[in-house]
Design a protein around this ligand. Structure first.
Ligand code: ZN
Ligand code: ZN
Length: 344
């Protein structure tokens, strides 16, 4: 029988103890879920969609790929069935259940932070020429210099992949729970962790191939010095820090609305779920969109502004956004939503 190449990659990942899911052929996003689970787009909502969360979804235990990374599995038969169903799919690895973290060193041609602060919270060498920092490699080199640590691509030997965009992804194993982030550790240094996924080397996208580089195909433990800097920059998710996620759920469990307005609860549940599972890079937009969506109900008195704000901030914080940033994104969304609600 013809074994699809992505299946080999997926089975290899499972043999490493990881959880995998598919990506659409040529793309970087998971395939859409079944009609019951697929929400549609803002322009074209799916009328068959039924409000629910990944935690409550029967499709996942049934071995379907609904809800993207949340459906990641270590069951070889499930993955084999998926790969035969979706030829030429990409393979993604779910960070959280696989106990992995990826350090993503980018070299995008983008503006540096206004403050020039390419390593937030660190005292930079006084003789540093700011123009010498041109991309994530320079930021990384600077951090390693300050820490007197080897470049992560050098030691310890671990699996590294070149991305089609010119970045390098460095894979680590870790028993701790970490948050994903964009440029919080340093400018153009991103962290994939928690319910984020890494793209398995060998995956082909329309922009090119994720290619394993270097000699190591095994994944090293996260070096202590890097773990310390991740902790310092707020990436460590202690059991206490996970609390907001649970309390968001608890709040949702207690939601009550007058008869005839239960649809507001459904909307709240859906938006909170969407925010909690938002991926780094789209989180701010997702939080803002959730504020807009729920803000519309405020002028009619179907929900209070405080209730919406607190729920969405709790959800955004549990998705890894810093509290202040989360509140700002929620408030600006709510404001627009309220205006829309008044105009309606
Ligand atoms: Zn489904
Ligand atoms: Zn579902």
């Amino acid at each position: 029988m013809n074994v699809p190449r992505p299946l080999n990659a997926a089975l290899w990942c499972i043999s490493q103890g990881w959880y995998v899911h598919l990506l659409i052929p040529g793309g970087k996003i998971p395939p859409r879920g079944c009609d019951r689970c697929y929400r549609g787009t803002p322009d074209k909502p799916n009328p068959e969609y039924i409000e629910h969360t990944a935690d409550d979804c029967p499709c996942i235990p049934a071995g379907r790929w609904c809800h993207g990374v949340r459906a990641a599995t270590n069951n070889p038969e499930t993955v084999e069935r998926w790969c035969h169903h979706l030829q030429d799919a990409g393979i993604a690895v779910a960070m959280k259940p696989s106990k992995l973290l990826i350090l993503d060193v980018d070299s995008h041609d983008i503006q540096k932070p206004e403050s020039g602060d390419c390593l937030p919270g660190l005292q930079l060498p006084p003789d540093l020429n700011p123009d010498s920092i041109r991309d994530g490699w320079d930021t990384m080199g600077l951090l390693c210099g300050i820490r007197n640590a080897p470049l992560p691509t050098v030691a310890p030997p671990t699996m590294c992949a070149a991305t089609p965009g010119g970045g390098v992804q460095i894979w680590y194993q870790t028993d701790d729970t970490w948050r994903q982030s964009t440029s919080r550790l340093g400018w153009q240094l991103d962290v994939k962790a928690g319910w984020a996924y890494g793209i398995c080397p060998g995956t082909v996208t329309s922009k090119g191939v994720y290619r394993a580089i270097g000699d190591s195909r095994s994944v090293a433990p996260l070096p202590n010095w890097l773990a310390a800097d991740l902790k310092r920059t707020g990436h460590h998710q202690t059991p206490e820090a996970e609390q907001p996620r649970q309390s968001a759920k608890q709040l949702l469990a207690g939601l009550q609305r007058p008869k005839g307005a239960e649809y507001v609860n459904a909307a709240i549940r859906a938006e909170v779920e969407r925010v909690v599972t938002a991926q780094s890079g789209t989180r701010n937009d997702t939080v803002n969109a959730a504020g807009r969506a729920l803000g519309r109900f405020i002028p009619g008195g179907l929900v209070t502004e405080t209730e919406v704000e607190n729920l969405l901030v709790a959800a955004a914080v549990s998705a890894g956004l810093p509290g202040g940033e989360a509140r700002a994104a929620v408030r600006s969304g709510i404001k627009i939503g309220i205006n829309k609600g008044r105009a309606a």
